[in-house]
Design a protein around this ligand. Structure first.
Ligand code: FES
Length: 110
């Protein structure tokens, strides 16, 4: 297990573990840590928008929709305190965590 803390917004709003980016996302159903790469072909889910009923995230590359509820259930354990989030990732503690910037969809950044 690896515990990482990073910023919810701004220049350090994304943590990258073994090349996999994660961001803190907000939805009507709740806030969660989102794997920011689409499972279809790696599209930028940090730029996803919500479908009209806000139940699914739509990838900007090929418009596949992902259930927000499913993302919340399969979520990465995390807690937000102010403008920082601390999450526990199921990876070896030896994995290097890099913090960087990802532009966020207005739908996810609130
Ligand atoms: S990469 Fe996301 S739908 Fe294709």
């Amino acid at each position: 297990m690896l515990v990482v803390t990073w910023e919810t917004d701004g220049f350090n709003n994304c943590v990258v573990l073994d090349g996999k980016p994660y961001v803190y996302a907000r939805s009507e159903a709740g806030e969660f840590v989102l794997h920011a790469r689409c499972s279809h072909r790696g599209g930028p889910l940090h730029l996803a928008t919500f479908c009209p009923d806000s139940t699914r995230l739509v990838c900007p590359w090929h418009s596949r929709a992902t259930s927000v509820t499913k993302a919340l259930r399969a979520g990465i354990p995390a807690v937000r305190r102010g403008d920082r989030v601390t999450a526990v990732f199921d990876v070896p503690a030896t994995v290097t965590a890099e913090v960087e910037y990802r532009p966020m969809s207005p739908d996810l950044a609130s």
